[in-house]
Design a protein around this ligand. Sequence first.
Ligand code: PHE
Length: 510
Amino acid sequence: PTVEEVQSVILQTLAASPEGAIPDSRVLAVGGASLSAPEGQAVVKAALDSLLSKEMIAYQQITANQYLPTEEGNQIIASGSAEYRLWSALPVKGAGEPVTIPELQKLLGADACKVGQARAFRNKWISKEGGNAFVRAKEAVEDETAEQLRTVSSTGTHAGGDAVLKELVKRKLVTARKLLHYTVQKGAKFATEVKTLETDLTVDMLANGAWKEAEFKQYNFAAMGEPTNGGALHPLLKVREEFRQIFFDMGFSEMPTNNFVESAFWNFDAMFVPQQHPAREMQDTFYVKDPVQAGKPDEEYFQRVSKTHEVGGYGSIGYRAPFSRIESEKLLLRTHTTAVSTQMLYNIANQPGGFKPAKLYSIDRVFRNEATDATHLAEFHQVEGVVADYDITLGHLIGFMKEFFAKTGNHKLRFKPAFNPYTEPSMEIFSWHEGLGKWIEIANSGVFRPEMLEPMGLPKGVRVLGWGMSLERPTMIKYKIQDIRTLVGHKTDLAGVKTAAAVRLEKGDE
Ligand code: PHE
């Protein structure tokens, strides 16, 4: 039955009742179908709640136990209790051979024999005869347990009340389940028809005066509000914030990395990456078609860079290969944020007042023309730090790495010689990952080459250290994400993003 049908039955029943009440909602029925079962009472409750909100009724909930025979209880209903079956198996005193315990055990089973004996004795139904055998002590008996169970089975309860029911529950012959029902009374606005109440006061109602007659629905202040649809920080942004705080703790300031498009000059040439380097091929780098040319750097600086590539200088023999201005003016999506660090170093070298030591960092997007798979996308974020000061060494770089990565929960580091065209020496940094049980590469680093720094005009004796790593990798480890394509892009689980907790890097990755 529908809630509306049940509402109508409730109102009719109340109207017909001399007391204006329904003492037990289990008597209700719709078109002959009883509502006494739990499912029926659930519909009754929905109907009552709706009527209550219109003040048409009042109601109270009553919790009652309904009792049901267990499997054992049903067996007793069918074939009698153990004591009754035991008594039935015996002869009346003097009318036959007394039955021995082994015989009874064979007849009833060991358990029923034991229980039956005890209860039959207590009821004084049987007596011992000649040692270990029994006879009936009563001509006729009433199997009270079976009777009680039959009553419970058909009515769900027993007039004997708690004492009887508790005993049956204790003997595991019946079980109780909670059943809700309701007592209902007429409310202040009782009527036999359900009126639809106004929920809004409209301009029309005000204009035509209908508001005077209209009946309004009560506010339901107890109702839960709609969940608000706010934004959420993506896991990458949460982890970025963690790295930011570490850089700030160490006295770094942020570089402006808001231009994704760079010239080949800043991305490669100024860093002393040879123009013949394979990373510069179209398969590895996204070039921009339009505009065709980048804006020009300072011409004197350009000349110094060009000359360093072609013939060397600053103690270097250069690449001894032709340097193309056209190649240098190509536009591309930056392949590393080091393109920005390079411009910052050039600016620092040429700022009014001259060079001053600097600690700079950036966390932003870079692009590589790569086949995508579970761990690679064509774009990712780099976390990069650069330190420029007089007479700093590889030892300082190692010290920086130890302090920086300790703040991210990486305490066991290994440094492995590596190669970058723009740093010498270069080191890959590995960290022992307790959870994965292996060394994982976490960063690339190095001391920038004089061929890169000296053409900028940085004073001799100034050394620049740098390191870079991806933001995606630690984020995936922290958030236990296996496939990068579920972290970034259309397969991202937005609900997951909303509910994901912030992570703390210093807590380690175990
Ligand atoms: N640019 C390097 C990379 O893309 C990172 C790096 C930065 C290395 C600074 C050395 C110095 O992996």
